[in-house]
Design a protein around this ligand. Structure first.
Ligand code: SF4
Length: 463
């Protein structure tokens, strides 16, 4: 009796925030599809509307509040519509959601995504206001299938959840809990299944991926996981994010350098170029330590590119502190950086600090760093002109459907003219122009790749 009713339900999920949230939304849709739900083409036609939320910045939260307010009338017109809030805000706000938005039916925390079908069944059974934040719980089931997504040839694979670091500005540890690593076998099996389904590139995910394995027996590390994924699966490309410098080790860099199908790109947030700011942020390392890591990475992998995050206007940040951040950006020459103005988050240690940098100054510093990063990205991308690069074709370019778009192993975005049947192929592209964001090229061939011999791209020098 139950099976028949579930088959007719369609679900739509709105996702806010980081890649981990995107992966959790895919997981949520995957487990619901396995229990007979359909992915609704849009929110308007869905029987179940879910919001997978983010608490890292106030703006992300405000977006969800206004969306929920907009749904009040629709719920009055259609009481059978189910509305659920998932993720970081759900974990943080919990039952408070029902007070503010009585038309919300379910609040489900960051460790319950795989339990969604059972929670919705329970909701169907006994009506209103289901709260499931399950602090102690963990995600124990990962669906075999992924919902049809925009990225057919790429996939995120969560390898560790939670974070045990205590960065003073960050809400993640309190909403996502302690670090829990998945087993190597489970991850390898998931990557192999994805490769069998045509996925060419996986990105291994963790809020702080460098501590992967610390909670597992047998001396498992990120390095051993990368080796296992590389050696056991046929996946053409492997990436991983996000690296906390304090937990990055030369051993992991050596593992990266030794694995040909591991993409030469590292996202390692510096956050600030000032030791005193890093100390107040609770980052647990110095600028000198950070720069040494970058030098080691470049010694082992000269073609590696580095991306960073920066927070400007952190409490107590002086002009001199900020100039040290500018100096770090000039010294390291990041491929790109995500730059944010500090905003205090309730429930974080830094919220107790006086938010003493005026908004105008935050804006100026933000603009200055954005401008500098754009100049550096342009100069660095200019160095690719005249080279032939390897590109995994993701699909048609959003701006020009006649062109294809994809990424190099160094995470450059490349656009070039080519046939649609190249989607999902590893190709070689001759670069003839670039901007700070994009390389423009000509298609020069399909690269046959196999686990034994990853694609070899001739550079102009080799010719
Ligand atoms: S490493 Fe720091 S910034 Fe990153 S998720 Fe953990 S606490 Fe937050």
């Amino acid at each position: 009796m139950y099976r028949l009713r579930v088959k007719t339900k369609s679900v739509h999920i709105n996702t806010f925030g980081c890649q981990m949230n995107k992966a959790d939304s895919e997981l949520s849709l995957g487990v619901l599809m396995e229990r007979g739900y359909r992915v609704a083409p849009d929110e308007a036609s869905a029987d179940v509307i879910l919001f997978n939320t983010c608490s890292v910045r106030q703006r992300a939260e405000d977006k969800v509040y206004s969306r929920l307010a907009q749904l009040r009338q629709r719920k009055e017109e259609n009481p059978g519509l189910l509305i659920g809030v998932l993720g970081c805000m759900a974990q943080k706000e919990a039952g408070a959601f029902f007070k503010r938005f009585p038309h919300v039916d379910m609040v489900c925390g960051t460790r319950m995504f795989d339990k969604l079908p059972d929670l919705l069944e329970k909701l169907e059974g006994n009506g209103k206001h289901l709260l499931a934040t399950g602090e102690a719980g963990n995600i124990t089931y990962y669906p075999k299938h992924r919902p049809p997504g925009r990225h057919t040839y790429q996939a995120f694979v969560t390898v560790i959840r939670g974070c045990d670091n205590k960065c003073s500005y960050c809400i993640v540890p309190s909403v996502r809990g302690h670090e829990i690593s998945r087993s190597v076998d489970e991850i390898v099996a998931e990557v192999e299944a994805l490769a069998q389904n045509g996925v060419k590139e996986v990105t291994l995910l963790g809020q702080n991926i460098n501590t992967y394995g610390n909670d597992l027996a047998g001396g498992v590390t990120l390095g051993t996981l990368l080796q296992a994924v590389h050696d056991v699966t046929d996946i053409a490309r492997i990436r991983f994010v996000t690296s906390h410098p304090k937990d990055m080790t030369p051993k992991t860099l050596e593992a990266m350098a030794a694995l040909p199908r591991l993409c030469r790109h590292l996202h390692m947030p510096a956050q600030s170029g000032s030791d005193s700011v890093l100390e107040r942020m609770g980052r647990g390392h110095t600028v000198e330590y950070y720069v040494k890591l970058i030098e080691e990475a470049r010694r082992l992998m000269p073609d590696i590119t580095i991306a960073s995050d920066f927070i400007v206007g952190f409490p107590g940040e002086t002009d001199r502190d900020f100039e040290e951040t500018v100096r770090l950006m000039k010294a390291v020459r990041f491929q790109n950086s995500f730059i944010f103005k500090y905003s205090p988050r309730p429930g974080t240690p830094a919220a107790a600090l006086a938010d003493d940098v005026p908004l105008e100054v935050k804006k100026q510093r933000n603009q200055k760093l954005l401008k500098l990063q754009s100049e550096i990205s342009l100069e660095e991308n200019r160095k690719q002109v005249g080279k032939t690069v390897e590109v995994l074709v993701e699909g048609p370019s959003k701006n020009d459907q006649r062109r294809l778009v994809g990424r190099t192993p160094q995470n450059h975005i490349a656009v070039f003219e080519g046939r649609p049947d190249l989607h999902g192929s590893l190709t070689s592209v001759e670069v003839y122009d670039s901007t700070s964001l994009t390389l423009f090229g000509r298609f020069s061939g399909v690269l046959a790749s196999s686990p034994e011999n990853p694609p070899v791209v001739a550079t102009t020098e080799d010719r």
